[in-house]
Design a protein around this ligand. Structure first.
Ligand code: GLC
Length: 596
């Protein structure tokens, strides 16, 4: 009993609610959660090919064609002849964003090619100079965004500029440029163009810079970056600045949010704002050979997964030279928009909940304080065939549970005890992509983190990696070849493991252990202690398997062994302890324990 109280005190956590390290400026951003990226420029006319040759190099980003295929700056602009100016209407992109449930748009005002999509007085390498009648896409976007209530944000390539004689392209690693020459580019082009963009087009909600390495590794100096940032703060104090300015949030807390790598999704909960930029296929600018389109479900899961860790998701369109958005992109975005119309409450203004992100096998959780109630949103990726959702780790009893798609909010039946809630689902899954359950509490519920959750088929999968506390010194071998050699701990001396579970249905449960042992039969054993009972298992050799024929690919076999049963006499919290006890040099490779 004393143990149990200590355990509860250790595990109970009452962390305060909210994405704490968000400054006032960025509040709209963390509420918005979902935005559109637009990569559109001269390169859109090339569609990934130049003079019949496909884009060189393997990153396959169509907007890099000038640099990759070594196109001369003045010849590059002949691609503009392919543009259908009478068909190009940026308002259509804004309407698509709106109908897709996106709250902001970031358009490439100037990409690495150095070509401005507006009528710039600073440079001739811009649309104003190459269209007749003049087009100013930034002005058109500003008007359309205002009309439709979407926030306008601008991508501006500050570091890389392939057209300016003193700008940066990577060949400068070979053909050097001095810092003072580079500063001439900076003062002649970057500073005045940012001034133009922040003074001519009304409110700009964010500037999205694109230096994906730290300034110390680049030609850009910290002073230049600080000059740029203070100019922005002076001209538009509410304009957000992303970390690809070249300053990390850690180095400069005045940076408003962190930008992850291209198509990199969140992996851990953060208290500061962050965002993943993502494509539906691969290239950012239109590439006619793009074909690996992510499904709507995949994209929704990316959005939900990020929000469940306090992140945003910005999804790209690469329109063609007539303004058309590829069907595969618009179709998926509109499907996301339909989903958000029904389920948006679980995304907009929603945040990460405090439980371990991978605790449940059915999906992800977001949460929100809503007036007098606190809501958890359970995003069910995999509607269980047994029509039950197991929710582990919350000690408070829910007030009410219903489907977010159900406007009547008809209550679903559930049971609750200890740190376990089981919800009975209706027969039919309400959404073909991801269905959402709302679990309402009177106030933010207390949690007990560090438990291993029950799987959807009512078992406990106890792994070296989900122990509590996680032993710092324990080395977990990563899976090899998609898990043919699974993650495991190689024990060559006595090695102990420990987990905490909550058992809601008492009774006899079977225990299986999976391991690989390549030595000879000896006195090595595995001992399990739980609920004041012990099980002993004499370790035996597990042999090998063959991966593929004729490849000399022999794999140490990991196999499941039934080691007995444990009688859990009453509902409650239990500690499961496992001891792997090899007697000789040959290690026992422990994979998992399964209790059901
Ligand atoms: C990379 C690429 C660029 C693209 C951007 C989007 O930095 O250089 O072409 O605009 O990622 O995240």
């Amino acid at each position: 009993m004393k143990n149990l109280i200590v355990l509860i005190c250790l595990l109970c956590s009452l962390t305060s609610f909210g994405q704490k390290n968000t400054n006032e400026r960025a509040k709209w951003f963390t509420d918005a959660r979902f935005g559109m990226f637009i990569h559109w420029g001269v390169y859109s006319g090339a569609e990934g090919y130049w003079k019949g040759e496909k884009l060189r190099h393997d990153n396959n980003y169509a907007e890099w064609i000038l640099y990759r295929n070594r196109i001369e700056r003045d010849e590059y602009v002949t691609l503009l002849d392919r543009f259908r100016w009478d068909e190009i209407d940026p308002e259509e992109w804004v309407v698509l964003a709106k109908n897709s449930g996106m709250k902001y748009i970031t358009i490439t005002a100037k990409h690495h090619d150095g070509f401005g999509l507006w009528d710039s007085q600073v440079s001739d390498y811009d649309l104003g100079n190459y269209t007749n009648p003049k087009r100013d896409i930034i002005a058109e976007m500003a008007e359309a965004c205002k009309k439709h209530g979407i926030k306008l944000c601008l991508y501006y390539s500050h570091w890389v500029d392939w057209e300016h004689p003193l700008g940066w392209d990577h060949t400068r690693e070979i053909y050097k440029i001095s810092e003072s020459d580079y500063d001439r580019y900076w003062q002649q082009k970057v500073i005045p163009q940012i001034t133009e963009l922040l003074t001519k087009y009304g409110e700009i909600s964010m500037l999205w810079f694109d230096m994906w390495i730290h300034h110390s590794e680049s030609i850009v100096s910290k002073d230049q970056l600080l000059q740029l940032k203070s100019l922005i703060r002076e001209l538009q104090p509410n304009c957000l600045v992303n970390s690809r300015l070249g300053l990390s949030i850690e180095e400069d807390p005045d940076i408003d949010y962190k930008t992850l790598g291209d198509n990199q999704l969140g992996e851990k909960k953060e208290d500061f704002p962050w965002q993943s930029p993502a494509t539906v296929a691969h290239s950012w600018g239109f590439h006619s050979s793009d074909s690996q389109w992510k499904s709507t479900t995949t994209l929704l899961k990316s959005l939900i997964g990020n929000v469940s860790l306090n992140g945003n998701f910005m999804l790209n369109i690469g329109p063609r030279a007539n303004g058309d958005v590829p069907f595969e992109i618009s179709q998926r975005m509109l499907e996301m928009g339909k989903w958000l119309q029904v389920n948006g409450e679980s995304i907009y203004g929603a945040e990460a909940f405090d439980l371990n992100k991978d605790l449940h096998d059915w999906g992800k959780i977001t949460c929100k304080q809503d007036g007098n109630s606190f809501k958890l949103f359970l995003h069910v990726y995999n509607w269980p065939l047994n029509k039950l959702i197991n929710l582990t780790g919350i000690t408070a009893t829910p007030e009410k549970i219903y489907l977010l798609a159900d406007t009547q909010k008809s209550p679903l039946s559930f049971s609750h005890s200890g740190a376990f809630t089981q919800i009975i689902l209706p027969d039919n899954e309400p959404d073909p992509y991801v269905s959402v359950l709302v679990v309402e509490y009177q106030s933010k519920p207390e949690i007990m983190d560090g438990l291993v959750a029950q799987t959807s088929d009512d078992g406990y999968s106890l792994l070296p990696g989900n122990q509590n506390p996680q032993p710092e010194s324990m080395k977990i071998a990563s899976p090899v070849k998609h898990g043919t050699v699974p993650a495991h701990v190689s024990a060559d001396g006595v090695t102990d493991f420990s987990w905490k579970i909550y058992v809601d249905k008492p009774g006899e449960k079977r225990v299986d252990v999976s391991y690989s042992f390549q030595g000879n039969r000896n006195n090595s054993q595995i001992v399990l202690n739980a609920a004041e009972q012990s099980l002993y298992h004499p370790v035996h050799p597990t042999g090998q398997t063959v991966g593929e024929p004729n490849q000399n690919w022999h794999i140490d076999n990991f196999e499941s062994n039934e080691i007995g049963t444990i009688n859990f006499l009453k509902p409650g919290f239990y500690t499961i302890e496992l001891s792997i006890q090899p007697t000789e040099a040959d290690p026992i490779k422990f994979q998992w324990l399964w209790i059901k």
